[in-house]
Write a protein that binds this ligand. Structure first.
Ligand SMILES: Cc1cc2nc3c(=O)[nH]c(=O)nc-3n(C[C@H](O)[C@H](O)[C@H](O)COP(=O)(O)O)c2cc1C
Length: 451
């Protein structure tokens, strides 16, 4: 029977994806310690999650107001420690949990990303994953010494080349290349170690990769683009994708389109799982869950929404009055998450104002929170899953680690009882637990381009 994928949506930060999470009375504040991440990892493992996933952005949201004062004072996603180092801390406190992190194709070098993630994959015994992003805004560009963030579609064209280099690096060492025989003096079989010579339009790389294959071959590739260009990139490269479908009908439509595109490229659509974001707020009874939700709602401040909109759309929302409409030029100039801008324009149907952006996107608030008992949440999750609006969920927390404690206590047993969700891990590696085969050398090349 088809079973759900479950991913914990994590941040190596002072808050969850909800900027107000640090204000929650039950939130832990030791977010720079290994103990914090290990505790979260252990809860997810108790709930048999396939993966914990750390998102990332290479800047705090200080585009808002043109300086960091307000976001720092209010703790709006301002602490972001390195997620790849954090993967290791969590990994050393868990045994079966897959652990993924974001890394940017726009601001890192492909050899560096290939080596770092392949190393982590070794250190975690084949439990690592990489979320490929092209990054979003100018604040990231400035931190990384650039003037502006590269244009939207162009950075995906460049990211295609980035993927070819990373995957070629990971193909550099074949299985069985390492011999390490002290008696014969043979260390590795040179016929099984391949040199890369890559010259692209944007990127070059020449050399021999330095990290052998890991227990699962190489890290699992995740992608979460939601623009038209981003979705094409996902269909081409992702082994599992993260999405934020707004309702079940939209989900069913987009899910089907995505799987069709994957198949069109000659890839197996059943091997690329689609996981949609869910914000469960759960308790023993629905009434208790509603009380919890009221506490969570009360923690929101307008600066959360405005600074996160500025970050996502690469535009300083403080330069506009609350009810002032954006001009055509301003809308066209938004270069970050264009799918978000497009949705607001579609829903509002006239030039949107700042207030429209806040209301439609609900940025900084628990969007589409599912509030209820374990049974309520399981009903909703089962419905989307069986109707093929998703293959699994990226479970976002309203505060840490309480959200995951509640989910594992109230929802997981209910899903398991219904046979929709695993009771045990299938294997030791992330690929085994996602039902993905170990990738063969060159398997990532499209059929017509295969060597
Ligand atoms: C569950 C989930 C996690 C994401 N994590 C990140 C992240 O860590 N960093 C990031 O820049 N974008 C993240 N995104 C956003 C997308 O990866 C992508 O950057 C964004 O949608 C902009 O690209 P697009 O214009 O192609 O949609 C995430 C999206 C989802 C649904």
């Amino acid at each position: 029977m088809r079973q759900m994928v479950m991913v914990g949506f994590l941040q190596a930060q002072n808050c969850t994806t909800l900027a107000s999470a640090w204000r929650h009375p039950d939130a832990r504040s030791d977010f720079t310690t290994p103990a914090y991440y290990q505790r979260i990892g252990q809860i997810l493992e108790e709930g048999k999650f396939q993966m914990a996933f750390f998102d990332d952005r290479l800047a705090m949201p200080d585009i808002y107001g043109g300086n960091p004062a307000e976001v720092v004072a209010n703790g709006v996603r301002v602490v972001k420690i390195d997620p790849v180092a954090t993967m290791l801390a969590m990994g050393f406190g868990t045994r079966y949990l897959g652990i993924g992190s974001t890394a940017s194709t726009t601001y890192y070098e492909p050899f560096d990303v290939a080596r770092r993630f392949q190393t982590v994959d070794h250190m975690l015994g084949g439990r690592a994953a990489w979320n490929v992003v092209t990054s979003v805004n100018d604040a990231e560009a400035h931190n990384m010494g650039r003037e502006v963030h590269m244009e939207h579609d162009l950075r995906y064209d460049r990211a295609d080349e980035f993927m070819e280099i990373v995957l070629s690096c990971w193909d550099g060492w074949e299985d069985g290349a390492l011999i390490v025989n002290k008696t014969t003096g043979e260390f590795a079989d040179p016929r099984k170690v391949h040199r890369l010579e890559y010259r692209g339009k944007f990127l070059n790389s020449a050399g021999t990769f330095t990290v052998p294959r890991s227990p699962q071959g190489h890290p699992v590739v995740i992608q979460a683009g939601s623009s038209d260009r981003g979705k094409i990139f996902s269909a081409r490269w992702a082994e599992t994708v993260f999405v934020g479908y707004s309702d079940i009908e939209e989900g069913k439509k987009q899910y089907a389109e995505f799987k069709t595109e994957v198949a069109r490229l000659g890839r197996d659509p059943d091997l690329t799982t689609v996981n949609t974001i869910a914000y469960p707020v759960v308790a023993e009874t629905r009434a208790e869950a509603e009380d919890k939700m009221a506490v969570i709602d009360s923690l929101y401040k307008e600066v959360d929404g405005l600074s996160l909109l500025s970050e996502a759309l690469n535009f300083d929302f403080k330069t506009k009055g609350m009810d002032e409409a954006f001009s055509k030029e301003e809308l066209a100039g938004m270069s970050g998450m264009q799918a978000m801008r497009d949705r607001v324009m579609r829903v509002i149907g006239r030039p949107p104002t700042v207030r429209d952006f806040l209301e439609v996107t609900r940025r900084g608030r628990p969007r589409e929170a599912i509030v209820g008992s374990g049974k309520d949440i399981a009903d909703r999750m089962e419905h989307w899953f069986t109707e093929r609006a998703c293959d699994g969920y990226v479970i976002a927390g309203t505060h840490m680690p309480g959200s995951f404690e509640d989910f594992v206590r109230f929802v997981v047993p209910e899903l398991q009882r219904r046979g929709l969700y695993r009771k045990e891990y299938t294997g030791a590696t992330l690929r085994e637990n996602l039902g993905l085969p170990i990738p063969q050398r060159n398997a990532w090349r499209l059929p017509q381009a295969a060597e």
